[in-house]
Write a new protein. Structure first.
Length: 96
């Protein structure tokens, strides 16, 4: 796919970027989510400073990613353990 020139508005600023057309929608959604989280923090905490709002959103996103990574790691470890068990059972059955 081709590269597109787009602008994503975050807060009161527009950020021009060149993106792969396959990623355009994901980036637009990400920009929308950042703006929605900024609005939520502004409404909930009464903070108007854009830098503070962006810092809070960045922190929140990192915590969510870390939580997701931990969950994924646990699932991956469980799957690896189960595969190892199945492999052991197959090896045992074939050696008999």
């Amino acid at each position: 796919m081709g590269e597109l020139s787009i602008k994503i508005k975050i807060g009161d600023r527009e950020y021009p970027m060149k993106v792969d057309s396959a990623e355009e929608e994901r980036l637009r959604i990400a920009g929308r989510v950042v703006n929605e989280k900024m609005k939520s923090y502004r409404d909930h905490f009464g903070i108007d400073d854009k830098q503070d709002l962006l810092a809070m959103v960045a922190f929140d996103c990192l915590v969510e990613k870390m939580r997701s990574d931990a969950a994924t790691s646990g699932i991956t470890n469980d799957i690896a353990s189960r595969i190892s068990g199945i492999d052991h059972q197959i090896s045992t059955a074939l050696s008999e």
